[in-house]
Structures are given as structure tokens and as C-alpha cells.
Design a protein around this ligand. Structure first.
Ligand code: NAD
Length: 419
């Protein structure tokens, strides 16, 4: 029997995980959808052949009727995770929850305790844990390939245009509307760091960072408020004409263009750039989240970790990591091999993680989107929650670390903790 699901928020992420049902109908079936954007609810209804009675315009309507599926994919925006997660867990739905779990510590704690109390499985979509590189690094650390881990350096390069799209013009540009950048962008990375550090607990954290460049003071002379009207747009790397309109002209109607309008074509995108948030000058927006941040962590055996996230990179989200152990070191640029240098033999070993065999629509994050939903399904089918790398305890732990790091940045101090 397939595990049945209701999609809560049939946007970009909700529809991604749901593709699994198309490829493996014996394992997964989508039997309901809730989305306040009618077009999106209809798109999901058509894709998965959902009966009219199970198409809703709000998650609250799903919570109001009798439970009709085994599990819910909650992929609404960041601030709208806690309420549906708690309401649907109370109804007995198992929960696949997009990251971040929630935007306050209290809400994260409530979600975890509510899922426990109602004996439902909770998995958080920390997809990066399921990338072949992250898994290989974990395996090498755990088998002692580099001795004791002493230090990790981890970089998250956001990508200059991606930052402009999501964090200056887009959904994650303001803390009051979503959350702070370390949470919205880098909770994945701190989660990975905790994963690699295993049983070691983080005991101290400090952090620095700020918003720079994407402010009114940096607006070039002669620039207009919208790229379509701008005389200097051609010289601007963040031009919305280049990022969206020219993409459509070249036939690319996928991300990020499909975030601008549901059905992208030259007319609809032009209109959206004329009137909507994505046509705004990046120096004249209402953004307030940081463009760069460093986090320093000390673990309980004296191990140190430094994490950097930065907007101003060519690379888009292709993480780089170095793990320094007493007997060797690991280096990896995600997407490529993991290199292990062994101090004993003075030789380099190249580990090429298996290429993703993810089916169409699920190959995002190096196939990790596919492995995330597959692990959740397997855990549900077998009742074995140890199949999840992103269960409630570890996800809560890394979220609490993210909150602590941001507090350290805002309060300009070192915070002691026991996570
Ligand atoms: N795991 C990852 O790597 C990853 C990547 C990108 C985004 N995300 C997270 O996934 C979540 C969704 O992001 P997205 O890009 O898919 O967003 P999206 O805006 O494309 O989708 C969210 C959907 O929720 C719907 N919605 C809003 N209120 C609702 C309500 N009351 N009831 C039902 N539906 C409602 C919206 O209409 C929209 O279609 C966010 O929290 C985001 O931070 C995770």
C-alpha cells in the first residue's frame, strides 16, 4: 500500500517532494493539497489526480476535516511552519517539514514535543545531509580515516545574483517576514557541522556579520527604481532584465524565473518586473538581512569550527569544506570528489561519491531532494525512525545552535551553551 500524503503549500518545494509519487506510485500517493494560490492548488490537483473534495485553499481547512492521509508535506513559507505542523501532528499526520522548522526557539520546541506526544514521525528537510559528499565526509570521519577531528572550515557561497533574487528582492529579504539569514540560508550548514561533529557538543559560539552593498547609499548615479526604466541597468550585475527577462528570451522558464510569475513568458515577466518585487532596483529595496556572516564554534573536546556565508560569490550554493584531523585532512567542494590526504602515507585518496540516480524533478541538491523524501517514506513504511538523518532531536539541536549564533552576533558576545 502506498503511503498517502497531503501537500501543504504546493509551491516550489512542495511540488518537488511530491514528484516522488509520480515515479513510485506503489510507495507514495498524493491524495490532497492545500494552497491559497488557486493556480498552484489546481496544478497539484491535475498532476496527481486529486479529488475535488481534497483540494483546499488553506491548511486550516485540512486540519478542520477528518484525517484523510498518512502524512503531510509542510512547505509553506518559514513563518507558516509551526501552526500547520502542530495542528496536523495533533490530527495524527506524520510530518515532513521544510526547513527552518520554525522561526523561534519556542516554536521549534513545541513542534518537536507535539510530534512526540502524538506519536507521529517528524523529519525536517535538511536535504544537504543527504548529499553524497556530506554522507561520504561523515563516513570517513566516523571510521577514523583522519584520526580525531580538530577543526572544520566550512564556506557557503550564496552567489551574487541568487542573493539579489532571494535575499534582496525576494521571500527571504526581511527578518520580520521570514527570519534572519543564518536561519533561512545557513541552518543547513550548521546542521551539517553538528552532523559531522557527531557526539561532540558545541560549548561556545561567537558571530559577526552585517548587511552591506544592497543599501540606498550604494545606488549608482542615474539608477532608476526599477530595472526596466534604468539607464545604467546594462552595467549592473544585479539587473532584473538580465536575471529574468533575458532568461525567458533564451527559453529558460525554470527557477528563478518561475518564482517571479507562475506561468513565465515575455509578457508576464515584463509585467511582473514593471509592478512586482522582482523588478526593483537592488539598491532601493526594503531588505534588512545580512550579506555576510561568520560563526565560530568551540566543541567540548576543544575542537574548533569556523563557518562563513557570503553573498558575493560566483559559485551558487556550492559549499566548500575542509576537515582537519590528527591523521589527515578532508577537502571537498560539493558536487565534486572528497579528497582525503593521509599524514601516515602522505598520499591523497580521491573518493568520488556515487552519482545521483534521482529521477526527473527530484535531482535538486545533487539528488538529495530524492533521498530526503525516500528516507521519510522508508522510515514510515518500516516504522524505523533511525533511517532518518534529519529527525526531531538532531534538527532541534542544530536549530538551537543557529538561534544561539545569531544571538551572539546581535549581542556582540560569546555565548556558552551545551548542545
Ligand atoms: N530544503 C531546502 O533546501 C529548501 C530550499 C528552498 C526553500 N526551502 C523552504 O521551503 C519552504 C517553501 O519554500 P518555497 O520556495 O517552496 O515557497 P513557495 O512560496 O514557492 O511555496 C509556498 C506555498 O505555500 C502557499 N501557502 C501560503 N499560505 C498558505 C496556507 N495558509 N495554506 C496553504 N498554503 C499556503 C503559498 O501560496 C505557496 O504556494 C520555505 O520555508 C523555504 O525556506 C527549503
Amino acid at each position: 500500500m502506498p503511503v498517502t500524503f497531503v501537500i501543504i503549500g504546493a509551491g516550489s518545494r512542495g511540488m518537488t517532494y511530491s514528484q516522488y509519487a509520480k515515479h513510485y506510485p506503489d510507495d507514495m500517493q498524493i491524495v490532497g493539497v492545500a494552497d491559497c494560490r488557486t493556480l498552484r492548488a489546481q496544478r497539484a490537483q491535475k498532476t496527481f489526480n486529486i479529488p475535488d473534495s481534497h483540494v483546499f485553499s488553506d491548511w486550516r481547512d485540512v486540519a478542520a476535516v477528518e484525517k484523510f492521509a498518512d502524512a503531510a508535506i509542510i512547505a509553506t513559507q518559514d513563518k507558516d511552519h509551526k501552526e500547520p505542523a502542530v495542528a496536523l501532528a495533533k490530527k495524527g499526520y506524520h510530518i515532513l517539514l521544510e526547513k527552518p522548522m520554525a522561526t523561534t526557539e519556542e516554536d521549534c520546541l513545541e513542534i518537536v514535543s507535539c510530534c512526540k506526544e502524538n506519536s507521529v514521525l517528524l523529519a525536517v528537510c535538511h536535504v544537504l545531509k543527504y548529499t553524497p559528499q556530506a554522507m561520504k565526509i561523515k563516513e570517513l570521519i566516523d571510521c577514523g580515516a583522519i584520526g580525531q577531528v580538530v577543526n572544520i572550515q566550512h564556506l557557503e557561497p550564496i552567489g551574487f545574483w541568487h542573493y539579489g533574487h532571494s535575499y534582496v528582492r525576494g521571500n527571504w529579504r526581511r527578518e520580520d517576514e521570514s527570519s534572519f539569514c543564518l536561519m533561512t540560508k545557513s541552518c543547513h550548514d550548521l546542521d551539517l557541522i553538528c552532523y559531522w561533529m557527531g557526539r561532540s557538543k558545541c560549548v561556545k559560539v561567537s558571530s559577526f556579520g552585517q548587511l552591506t552593498h544592497f543599501t540606498k547609499e550604494h545606488k549608482p548615479e542615474g539608477a532608476a527604481n526599477r530595472c526596466l526604466d534604468c539607464k545604467v541597468e546594462k552595467e549592473c550585475p544585479y539587473s532584473a532584465v538580465k536575471l529574468y527577462l533575458n532568461q525567458v528570451k533564451q527559453g529558460n522558464t525554470h527557477w528563478p524565473v518561475d518564482v517571479v510569475v507562475d506561468i513565465p513568458d515575455i509578457e508576464s515577466v515584463t509585467e511582473a518586473l514593471r509592478t512586482g518585487p522582482y523588478g526593483r532596483c537592488v539598491y532601493d529595496c526594503d531588505n534588512d538581512v545580512v550579506t555576510h556572516q561568520v560563526v565560530n564554534l568551540q566543541f567540548d573536546q576543544g575542537q574548533t569550527v569556523s563557518f562563513t556565508m557570503v553573498a558575493f560569490t560566483e559559485s551558487v550554493c556550492r559549499r566548500e569544506v575542509k576537515v582537519h584531523g590528527t591523521m589527515g585532512e578532508l577537502t571537498c567542494k560539493f558536487g565534486g570528489p572528497v579528497y582525503q590526504y593521509d599524514f601516515r602515507t602522505r598520499k591523497m585518496i580521491t573518493h568520488s561519491p556515487e552519482l545521483s540516480n534521482a529521477p526527473a524533478g527530484l535531482s535538486g541538491h545533487g539528488g538529495a531532494d530524492y533521498r530526503t523524501i525516500r528516507s521519510f517514506l522508508k522510515a514510515l513504511q518500516t516504522g524505523d525512525s533511525s533511517l532518518l538523518s534529519t529527525g526531531p532531536e538532531e534538527s532541534l539541536r542544530s536549530h538551537l545552535l543557529v538561534f544561539a549564533a545569531e544571538k551572539a552576533r546581535k549581542e556582540n558576545r560569546v555565548i556558552s551553551l551545551s548542545l
